[in-house]
Unconditional design. Structure first.
Length: 277
């Protein structure tokens, strides 16, 4: 039960962080949002280390570094998709992809979900086709935005898997490694392509909020994963589009077509089936 509570709270915080990240990318460039939000998250995790101590080891940092690379790629792609597509389509598409990968990994490493969990995986994959239909521009959602969303989901799924490979007694050190690698890589990319990381006026507070919330969600995920199965926790975390959709509707006034509502319902129903099975 502890894992379910932590994972559900994680989903709410992730969804809110993604909403703020999406707003930030509409005001300033993606690299600036990613680097500055990651730095904000790093400051938070360093402050939390004394509260949730663990054993520092090479394995803890290495798995964290690998997770950070995967997560950074997913985050950059996700923010890009949010900036070019419809938030209420991008978020569920990314979520079901990131949910399916840990389930597949769990199957490959010996976990045996029940029948309804496997039905949920199939339903989740089918929902991607439904939520991709966007009528706001007179046709379907951009193929590029959809593919970017799928790639972002793969990055997030890899993050969940790699972080789960860290030793159970590592405390928050894997997240320190993850944040160090993600900040370093994205900052290096910005340097190579000569992009300024200075945010546009009025966007810094949104970026910081996104980074702090994202790291808080990461902490909740790590704690939840240590209390339950990866395949269960990951799909519960993937419910985060619910809060993203609510904020998108209330703040941005986004509306869904009937087929999209069906797709979103299938996506949320899929992760629910996987979780309760």
């Amino acid at each position: 039960m502890t894992a379910v509570i932590l994972a559900t709270a994680c989903a709410v915080v992730y969804g809110t962080a993604d909403f703020f990240g999406g707003l930030a990318t509409r005001r300033t460039q993606v690299l600036s949002v990613v680097v500055l939000s990651q730095i904000a998250g790093l400051v938070l995790i360093l402050g939390l280390l004394p509260l949730l101590p663990g054993t520092l080891s090479d394995r803890a940092l290495l798995w964290g570094l690998a997770a950070g690379l995967s997560g950074a790629a997913g985050l950059a792609l996700f923010y890009r998709a949010l900036a070019t597509g419809v938030m209420s389509v991008v978020a569920p598409t990314t979520a079901v992809t990131s949910a399916a990968l840990p389930v597949v990994f769990g199957l490959a490493t010996g976990e045996r979900p029940r029948f309804w969990a496997l039905v949920g995986v199939a339903l989740a994959l089918g929902s991607v086709l439904l939520v991709s239909k966007d009528g706001t521009t007179g046709g379907r959602a951009s193929v590029g935005a959809l593919l970017t969303s799928l790639a972002a989901g793969a990055g997030f799924g890899g993050f969940f898997i790699l972080l789960a490979m860290a030793p159970a007694d590592a405390g928050l050190w894997p997240l320190v490694g993850a944040r160090l690698s993600s900040v370093s890589v994205v900052a290096l990319v910005a340097l190579v392509i000569r992009r300024s990381l200075r945010p546009r006026a009025g966007s810094l507070h949104i970026i910081v909020a996104a980074g702090v919330l994202d790291m808080a969600a990461n902490v909740l995920y790590l704690l939840a994963q240590r209390q339950g199965l990866l395949s269960l926790v990951a799909v519960l975390v993937s419910l985060y589009p619910a809060s993203t959709l609510l904020l998108a509707r209330q703040v941005l006034g986004e509306r869904l077509r009937g087929v999209q509502v069906t797709g979103v319902a299938c996506a949320l129903g899929a992760v629910a089936l996987i979780a309760v099975a």
